[in-house]
Design a protein around this ligand. Structure first.
Ligand code: FAD
Length: 401
């Protein structure tokens, strides 16, 4: 026997719950169900942001917000005009969640607890009588003349409006491909790098507040950088990993990175050396780090630049200056792999955006079919942007369905 719902949502995660809550609010009489494969809903919301849930970001102007999405920037401008990060903040605040914005623009619940975000969704969908069905893994999707037939291991469902919010689930992407939808192969995004260089060996924990990193023949990014036990991490690396996710994947995570540890030009460096030569010519170079670099790191720079311990600033010649220029401003670091960034990781790839209407996130070629969240070929850098894309898609679906 087929179980009928007016609206059926596959996936009880961020996008699925937002779509359900908004669809329920707009259509209080509609029967709505969420089919969730696991025995728990909103798992990623609960673990997100280290258990604090970085719900969105301070940036709300649509064009500026969209610039944080390596995949999806052009597509998202119009949707963000309808539902941006300021709408998200209002949505949660109106439902009793107090939010705060940290100095870097990330927005969290004041309680620092992701449970308050998950509980808000659960009480919203309860309010509209949404039927949340756990252990309901969808394994078949059929397009019929008058709607959609969905099968789990135990039930067959029928609906006229199918919303797919299955996150980065490869089985659902395969089902979508077999329907004829265009799907970009998923690859990891937001990762840290395994790296090798004499400067970083045994220096895990040293950080650099302003760095520039550039992938040879690729993009450059700036921001804080951190030396880890295996290589490099920090916002500059995470941004680069997102923007260059496909290139890294295609090159098997082997590359040369040019690192400017200090975020200054070679000219700035030459001037800083000249100033040290004028201010304390008789002091040992090893003892006076440039640009407030950590003493440990600076000592290693001097060793690699072959500056003897007793050499003072007055004795620094052109050759050593050139060596400092390369080591500090244009340091070639070999990349030989990647690690998952535990705080947040996402997948680049998914349903191609040329299949989707940006006004309501419906499929252009199939009646009554909608997609939101990570199932789409949309992903962002860290900072609450990935959830924002899920909320925006869920909102537009819920309000247009
Ligand atoms: C550790 C971690 C921390 C993160 N922290 C943040 C953060 O702080 N801020 C931020 O913006 N982003 C963060 N992200 C990214 C963010 O969690 C995702 O972008 C977001 O959850 C995507 O929402 P979604 O609804 O598309 O997918 P999901 O939240 O993954 O939900 C998809 C749901 O669909 C279900 N499902 C899959 N296949 C089927 C099927 N066949 N049948 C039925 N159900 C199915 C899954 O079980 C899951 O519950 C983090 C990610 C991780 C991994």
């Amino acid at each position: 026997m087929k179980v009928n719902f007016d609206i059926l949502i596959i996936g009880g995660g961020a996008a699925g719950f937002f779509a359900a809550a908004e669809a329920g609010r707009q259509n209080p009489k509609a029967s709505i169900a969420i089919l969730e494969a696991s025995n728990k809903v909103l798992s990623k919301v609960l673990i997100s942001g280290g258990g604090r849930c970085n719900v969105t970001n301070r940036i709300s102007q649509p064009e500026e917000l969209a610039r944080n999405y390596p995949r999806g920037h052009d597509f998202l401008v119009e949707p963000f005009r309808q539902f941006s990060s300021d709408h998200t903040q209002r949505w949660f605040t109106e439902r009793g969640v107090r939010l705060k914005t940290e100095a870097d623009g990330r927005v969290f619940p004041v309680s620092n607890k992701s449970t308050c975000i998950a509980n808000t969704f659960i009480s919203e969908v309860e309010k509209y009588g949404v039927d949340v069905r756990l252990k309901s893994r969808v394994n078949k999707i059929c397009f019929l003349e008058n709607g959609w037939q969905i099968e789990t291991g135990t039930e067959t469902y029928f609906t006229e409006k199918l919303v797919i919010c299955s996150g980065s689930n490869s089985a659902i992407w395969s089902l979508c491909k077999s329907l004829g939808l265009d799907v970009t192969e998923p690859v990891p995004s937001l990762f840290t790098l395994h790296a090798q260089h004499e400067l970083i060996r045994d220096h895990a924990g040293i950080s650099f507040p302003e760095s520039w990193v550039k992938l040879q023949k690729g993009q450059s990014q700036s921001g804080p950088l951190l030396i880890t036990h295996q290589g490099l991490s920090g916002p500059a690396i995470l941004k680069l990993s997102a923007w260059e996710a496909i290139r890294f994947y295609n090159e098997n995570y082997k590359a040369t990175l040019r690192v400017n540890w200090v975020g200054r030009t070679k000219e700035d460096l030459r001037n800083a050396i000249k100033k040290c030569q004028a201010d304390h010519p008789k002091k040992h170079v090893h003892n006076i780090p440039l640009f407030n670099l950590s003493k440990r790191f600076w000592k290693r720079v001097c060793e690699v630049a072959q500056i003897p311990e007793q050499r003072n600033y007055a004795e620094i010649g052109k050759k050593q200056v050139a060596r400092f220029e390369e080591l500090l401003c244009d340091c070639p670091v070999e990349i030989y792999g990647k690690s998952t960034f535990k705080e947040e990781f996402v997948t680049a790839g998914g349903i191609n955006l040329n299949e989707i209407n940006p006004t309501d996130f419906s499929a252009k070629r199939f009646k009554g079919l909608y997609f939101a969240g990570e199932v789409l070929n949309i992903d962002a850098i860290t900072g609450g942007f990935n959830f924002q894309a899920a909320w925006t898609g869920g909102y537009l679906i819920g309000n247009h369905i």
